[in-house]
Design a protein. Structure first.
Lengths: 348, 275, 345
């Protein structure tokens, strides 16, 4: 393509389009949608419980009533966990996409899941019977390990962290960690246990988990919103950002820390769920424009809605069995990824 | 000798047509240069001639036969292409890379025959690469590398050479080296050369025939005297040029130029200096 | 024109060095072959080995060598060659040094076919061993066709990057489908699938050898003949067209060859990654960029690599064993990352 046409396309593509009115609407609408989704999700399950009871269970809890117990002890933490996981994955995905200028970046593609699974394999094989709390902690460490290697390799290389390199480094680290966990799993005959854990979704979420996870996640999302203006500038290119007086190194460091906290927390609770971090930022960007001040909070809300609904579907598709939530989301996610790959220009 | 003609060609990219209906004949055994502003379609025309871009309508004729119907290997024996940029694969010596130019003449596994070696050695000699024939291509400078690519096209042993901006990224002396080489090939071997150049003065100095384009159409075509005029340059580039004559070739060149449409501020500044 | 055809002495010695390098790798493969015959739960001393080979072994020795070890060793060699050549072709066609049959979803496709079969016919435990290779081959072929179709865009054809990313996406989708399927398997079937997916050669018999061999006998010469085309494809699309290569056609044929090579290999070995990546890379570092040398060197390195990995996997935790695919990944992935870190943008 001739240089001038390319330039004009570039300007159009990178052009800063912010739509505050639509952004506000999406935030408010998304919030309402999230609350409705949580309400529906809490009331539907093995035991049908009407909305009125849900309301009273939350606000006038009576431990003598069985429905109240079900809601308080099982459903509510699970659904809130789903919302938090969705928000974490979506926000970490959008930061990743903004910072790397890579529309295909997603925490699941970057070794986080494989890292978590690897640590779990070690736990299952060498410390069987480890309490759930410790498993989550180790999964988190594993996720950090996987992502650390991917980002590390990507950044050491000459020419820095290109989109292609990040995706490939992610694929390689994933392969390595998967091979190691496979080895451990086959040797100790724990392969299927691991698969169950990975596919388990949010069903095991308890209040204690939320107590640990929620403050971190909320703080990290807050941090992401604070960083959002700088991420918008970074998404225009490092040189532009430096030109506008940004300390790109610092922003990338903080951004990476936030990604790790969010994605690590999410993966440790929900297992291998890809594509939330990929799809949601794209949908949000499509609606609110390229301003990360709107993309990040918008992603948080929409991500929450998606995972709450996916968790609901996981329970409803084949009751009383639970369909793996990661697989359900992948069914939407893969076609979407393919669509992006086709739509993207030569740089993809 | 091989002849080239373009007839009523429509060509462009997937959803953006650059050239709508263009016909032109490329004179045999002459140097023809296509010039024009950015995005005018000069590279597109060159790529259509070289069969890199498929034409939507119309035909490019090589020796009177449609280029779309000829086997691509047959075309490669008559026409070599030097693109704006090529990928340099790692781990090759100059000799090895230039030997790739023999592709259309080879069969099977591709061991080099006497005839292949003759042409490769000649190409190395004529591009002045004898000293570095065993060097790794990756270790060469930009100008040297460009000569290697030209040598590869020469090893292809074709009547027609098509070059897309062969002097871009080269410094002044290296630009001339390449152009002298092309001139020599044309004069001594009678090869037809078609190229795109950004430097108008070089185009005028080294070409027999100029094709000036704007918005996907030909504005003027013919000898440098005919094409390189004040009024044509205004029509092609929107510039006001001060013309002169090249002391080396006696063809017209521009000394300096200013924009046709100037802003108030720039106009005053320019007038002050010249007044 | 210069009359005397001339090749510099440097060029000649460079050529010779490359040939010697390839011969050296072949020699190492032969050594690995001999060591591998000695490795295993039942020890055979070099003397016993020689006797058995000459037909003077005991019944037990004969059984161990001819029915268990030799087919397995031969399969390692064949699969190593197949995967390395497949990677070599894929890297040449895509112009991307990081392409590999595993990354292109071929392994995942074969795996899905196997898992599908086992989850629908879990009781026919004797049939699968002979039936699996065919199934895996079909799975790999279908996946590759789907990836090609999805990466194809009218007017542009296939761009290498799009092909790679489409492959990654399809592989991700297939793993999601596998999660659902594998959870329903019985623990024993699951263990079987897990070992198969990890890439193991333990089930090999002469039938397997016979099912891979024809593919290799046809495709290896084909790839060798296409060495020149692969050379030109490396120069970029425009240059290759200028040299008279019909890019669309050659790409499609070469991709099909690569898929067939990988498919046939994965069918008998399970999901072995990284041989297709490392083989060609090491080959290029050792013998330069010309495919006339890269292709044979890749094949030799692939054979050596997989044979060594299988032997190590067998020896490391005797009497149990580690699937060769895991050994290869554990060596291969770090090397891949090293290359990635070293590569320029």
């Amino acid at each position: 393509m001739s240089a001038s046409v390319e330039q004009s396309l570039e300007v159009k593509k990178r052009g800063l389009t912010s739509r505050p009115v639509i952004g506000t609407l999406i935030l408010i609408g998304g919030m309402i949608g999230l609350i409705i989704a949580i309400g529906i999700s809490v009331s539907i399950g093995a035991a049908e419980i009407d909305v009125k009871t849900v309301w009273s269970a939350v606000f006038q809890y009576d431990s003598a009533l069985v429905p109240h117990q079900i809601i308080q002890e099982t459903r509510l933490p699970r659904v809130l966990g789903a919302a938090l996981v969705g928000a974490s994955l979506a926000v970490s995905g959008s930061i990743m996409q903004g910072m790397t200028r890579n529309p295909l970046a997603d925490p699941g593609l970057l070794g986080l899941n494989a890292g978590a699974a690897f640590m779990l394999a070690i736990c299952f094989a060498f410390f069987p019977g480890l309490p759930y709390m410790y498993l989550i902690l180790f999964a988190f460490l594993g996720a950090a390990l996987g992502a650390g290697i991917v980002f590390g390799i990507g950044s050491i290389a000459k020419g820095g962290l290109t989109p292609m390199r990040l995706v490939l480094a992610g694929a390689a680290v994933t392969a390595l960690l998967v091979a190691l966990s496979e080895g451990i799993a086959i040797y100790h005959r724990i392969a299927q246990d691991l698969a169950f854990w990975n596919a388990g979704g949010v069903s095991g979420t308890k209040w204690e988990n939320l107590q640990i996870m929620a403050p971190w996640v909320l703080l990290a999302i807050l941090g992401a919103i604070v960083l959002s203006k700088s991420i918008t500038l970074l998404s225009l290119g490092d040189e532009v950002a430096v030109g506008l007086g940004q300390q790109t190194g610092k922003i990338k460091l903080f951004g990476t820390i936030i990604i790790l906290i969010l994605a690590g927390a999410a993966v440790s609770v929900v297992g291998a769920v890809g594509f939330v971090g990929l799809i949601i930022p794209h949908i949000t960007r499509f609606i609110v424009g390229h301003d990360y001040r709107w993309i990040i909070p918008g992603s948080a809300v929409l991500g929450g809605v998606l995972v709450v609904l996916a968790d609901l579907a996981a329970r409803m598709v084949n009751p009383p069995q639970e369909t793996p939530i990661g697989a359900l989301i992948a069914i939407i996610g893969v076609p979407f990824f393919l669509y992006l790959t086709r739509k993207g220009g030569k740089e993809l | 000798m091989s002849s080239l003609a373009v007839e009523q060609v429509k060509v462009g990219y997937s959803n953006l047509m650059i050239i709508d209906d263009l016909s032109v004949e490329i004179p045999e055994k002459k140097i023809t240069t296509i010039v024009g502003a950015n995005g005018c379609g000069k590279s597109t025309l060159l790529k259509a001639i070289a069969r890199i871009l498929k034409t939507r309508k119309g035909t490019v004729y090589l020796d009177g036969r449609s280029i779309q119907l000829l086997p691509t290997k047959e075309i490669a024996k008559k026409m070599a292409i030097l693109p704006q940029s090529s990928d340099t694969p790692p781990g090759l010596t100059v000799f090895e890379l230039i030997s790739y130019g023999r592709f259309p003449h080879q069969q099977g596994f591709g061991s080099l025959k006497m005839d292949d070696l003759k042409h490769i050695n000649w190409a190395i000699e004529v591009t002045g690469l004898s000293e570095m024939r065993d060097r790794s291509v990756e270790a060469l400078s930009g100008g040297q590398r460009q000569r290697v690519w030209i040598a590869m096209a020469l090893a292809q042993d074709t009547d027609i050479l098509i070059l897309d901006e062969p002097t871009t990224y080269l410094d002044l002396a290296h630009q001339l080296e390449i152009l002298f080489l092309l001139q020599k090939l044309n004069e001594e071997e009678g090869r037809t050369i078609v190229m795109v150049l950004h430097d108008l003065n070089h185009a005028s100095r080294f070409s027999h025939n100029l094709i000036a384009m704007r918005n996907g159409a030909i504005v003027e075509e013919g000898t440098p005297e005919k094409v390189m005029t004040r009024s044509n340059l205004k029509a092609i580039f929107d510039i006001e040029a001060t013309m002169s004559v090249c002391p080396h070739s006696a063809n017209p060149i521009y000394l300096s130029y200013t924009l046709h449409k100037l802003s108030e501020h720039t106009l005053q500044k320019e007038n002050k200096k010249s007044g | 024109m210069i009359d005397k055809p001339y090749v510099s002495t440097y060029q000649q010695s460079r050529q010779k060095r490359k040939i010697y390098t390839i011969l050296l790798i072949l020699l190492l493969t032969v050594i690995a072959f001999i060591i591998s015959m000695n490795t295993g739960f039942i020890r055979l001393s070099p003397m016993e080995l020689l006797e058995t080979l000459l037909g003077m072994g005991t019944e037990k020795q004969n059984l161990t060598l001819f029915e268990f070890r030799l087919p397995r060793i031969v399969i390692s060699v064949l699969v190593g060659i197949g995967l390395a050549l497949s990677g070599c072709v894929l890297q040449g066609v895509s112009g991307n040094a990081l392409a590999d049959p595993g990354i292109l979803g071929i392994n995942a496709g074969a795996g899905l076919a196997v898992v599908l079969f086992i989850s629908f016919f879990p009781t026919t435990s004797d049939v699968p061993v002979l039936f699996l290779p065919i199934l895996a081959f079909v799975g790999a072929g279908v996946t590759a066709a789907v990836i090609y179709a999805l990466a194809y865009k009218r007017g542009e054809g296939i761009t290498p990057t799009r092909l790679l990313l489409t492959g990654i996406a399809i592989a991700a989708g297939i793993s999601a489908a596998m999660i659902i399927l594998t959870l329903r398997l019985t623990p024993d079937n699951y263990q079987f699938v897990a070992v198969w997916l990890a890439g193991s050669i333990w089930g090999s018999n002469w039938m397997f050898v016979l099912s891979v061999l024809p593919w290799l006998l046809i495709l290896i010469p084909y790839v060798f003949i296409k060495a020149r085309v692969l050379n030109t494809l490396n120069l970029g699309e425009v240059t290759a067209t200028g040299l008279g290569v019909n890019i669309e056609k050659e790409r499609l044929l070469l991709l099909a060859a690569a898929v067939a090579l990988a498919g046939a290999s994965v069918a008998v070995s399970g999901g072995i990654g990284f041989v297709g990546l490392i083989g060609p890379h090491l080959a290029r570092q050792l013998v330069g960029g010309k495919h006339q040398f890269v292709i044979p060197a890749s094949a030799a390195i692939g054979a050596l690599l997989l044979l060594s990995a299988d032997t190590i996997g067998r020896w490391l935790i005797e009497p149990s064993e580690i699937p060769a695919g895991i050994v290869v990944s554990v060596i291969g992935a770090p090397y891949f990352l090293y290359l990635l870190a070293k590569s320029k943008a």
